[in-house]
Design a binder for this molecule. Structure first.
Ligand code: ZN
Length: 245
């Protein structure tokens, strides 16, 4: 048994193979770039999974051995099998942490966990973003200042069709005037969910130290909390609920 946080990074891994510009920014894939910095501090055991793998790389064994799952998707949300979405969803309810990155706002699993469309306003013009920390005592904001800036980004604007977060850690301002709830915490069942906005595929955002710090913090925040017996929640394939008599 390891004391390290068992992390799985899921990426649809589409743009990097199809678009030269994206491949130049993320030669190891977005999942590879995230794996590199999450591995720096030695407190995480990291594996990656992609859409093309059998069961999208998210077999029951993989999920049973995952404390925190990160999800990056954009173009291929509808290619993710409902069976796998249900498996991830159930595992979150059992206690697995889920970090939902950037355009994964429209992933099937995030929409299912939120119960809303998760639609938003967007514009891709490479403008500046200022990410304000609005909950400075929160573990996900550890090590940050009052705000940090991303020099070139895709804009996401309100209204973001999500339920009010349990805790809102970041609000972004964009050069074009829009604002956006960029760091949203939720509890679903025994699991913790964090949505983090930055991370468009054509910009080197996942190499920026503040962004890396937030994602590391989020993984540590989202890991399952040990129960009284010292064990973390164990995944069991979902069983249909018995109707109440
Ligand atoms: Zn994007």
């Amino acid at each position: 048994m390891t004391n390290k946080i068992r992390v799985t990074i899921w990426n649809e891994y589409f743009h990097e193979k199809e678009n030269k510009k994206v491949a130049e920014v993320y030669p190891k894939g977005i999942h590879g770039a995230i794996a590199d910095f999450l591995g720096e501090d030695g407190d995480m055991e990291i594996q990656t999974a992609t859409l093309d793998q059998p069961e999208h790389g998210l077999t029951e064994e993989v999920l049973a051995g995952t404390d925190v799952l990160l999800w990056w998707g954009h173009k291929a949300h509808y290619d993710v099998k409902d069976e796998i979405v249900e498996r991830v969803y159930q595992r979150v309810l059992e206690g697995m942490g889920l970090i939902v990155l950037h355009s994964a706002h429209h992933s099937k699993v995030f929409r299912k966990l939120m119960g809303t469309s998760c639609d938003l306003r967007w514009r891709e013009s490479g403008e500046k973003e200022r990410v304000w920390v609005v909950e400075q005592g929160h573990p996900i904001a550890e090590g940050l200042g009052d705000y940090f800036e991303i020099p070139q980004t895709e804009m996401y604007g309100e209204r973001f069709e999500i339920p009010a977060p349990d805790c809102l850690v970041f609000i972004s301002w964009f050069e074009g005037g829009e604002v956006f709830r960029s760091g949203c915490c939720y509890h679903r069942g025994k699991g913790k969910v964090f949505y983090f906005r930055p991370g468009h595929e054509t910009f080197p955002i996942y190499y920026q130290p503040e962004v890396q710090q937030v994602i590391k913090n989020a993984v540590r925040w989202a890991k399952p909390i040990p129960t009284k017996s010292g064990s973390i929640p164990v995944y069991e394939p979902s069983k249909p609920l018995e109707p109440l008599s």
